[in-house]
Design a protein around this ligand. Structure first.
Ligand code: SAM
Length: 154
C-alpha cells in the first residue's frame, strides 16, 4: 500500500528485544527508508514493567542475519527519551512493543502520532493480551484525549 501510494519515511520499533519483529519490519523497508531500533539495552532499571530485557549483541546478530545491520539507527534508551535525543524523519511504520503499562503505552502512542507520516501505520503488540491490560488502557486513553480523527483502527 505504501509503495503504491508513494509513502516514504522511517521504519522502526520501540522495544526490539532480539529483533524478531524488527526483522519483519525491516524486510518491508525500501533502501531509501531509514531504520531505527529503540530498546533499553544498557540500563535495566529503566525497564519499569520488566517485560523482557533487550540484548544489544543478540539484536545486532539477528539484524546482521536479516541483512540490515549496517543501516539501523540504534537508540539504547527508554522510549520516553527517544524524541528528545533524535531527529526522526516522519515515520511510516512503527511497532510499539516497549513498556506495556498504561502510562508508557499512552506516551509512546502520543509521541508516535506526532511524527507519523500521512498514511503511516502503528503496530501495537499485546493489545489483546489479558496479562498486559495496560496496553489497551493506554490505547483507550490516547484515543479519548488525542485521537481527533487522525488515526484509523484496523
Ligand atoms: C516483549 S519485548 C519485545 C519483543 C520484540 N518486539 C520481538 O519482536 O521479539 C519488550 C522489550 O521492550 C523493552 N522495553 C521495556 N520498556 C521500554 C521502554 N520504556 N522503552 C524502550 N524499550 C522498552 C524491553 O527491554 C524488551 O526488550
Amino acid at each position: 500500500m505504501h509503495v503504491a501510494r508513494d509513502i516514504f519515511g522511517t521504519v522502526g520499533e520501540i522495544g526490539v528485544h532480539h529483533g524478531w519483529f524488527f526483522a519483519v519490519l525491516a524486510s518491508c523497508a525500501r533502501s531509501c527508508d531509514s531504520l531505527f531500533a529503540c530498546d533499553i539495552f544498557g540500563d535495566g532499571s529503566l525497564n519499569v514493567d520488566c517485560k523482557g530485557n533487550g540484548g544489544l549483541e543478540h539484536f545486532l546478530t539477528n539484524a546482521a542475519n536479516a541483512g540490515v545491520n549496517g543501516r539501523i539507527n540504534v537508540f539504547d534508551t527508554a522510549s520516553v527519551f527517544l524524541l528528545e535525543q533524535c531527529d526522526l524523519p516522519s515515520i511510516r511504520m512503527l511497532s510499539k512493543d516497549g513498556g506495556h503499562t498504561q502510562t508508557l503505552t499512552y506516551n509512546d502512542l502520543l509521541s508516535a502520532s506526532r511524527v507519523l507520516s500521512e498514511g503511516g501505520v502503528i503496530f501495537i503488540d499485546d493489545f489483546l493480551n489479558t496479562g498486559w491490560c495496560g496496553v489497551q488502557r493506554g490505547f483507550s486513553a490516547f484515543l479519548v484525549n488525542h485521537h481527533q480523527g487522525r488515526l484509523i483502527l484496523f
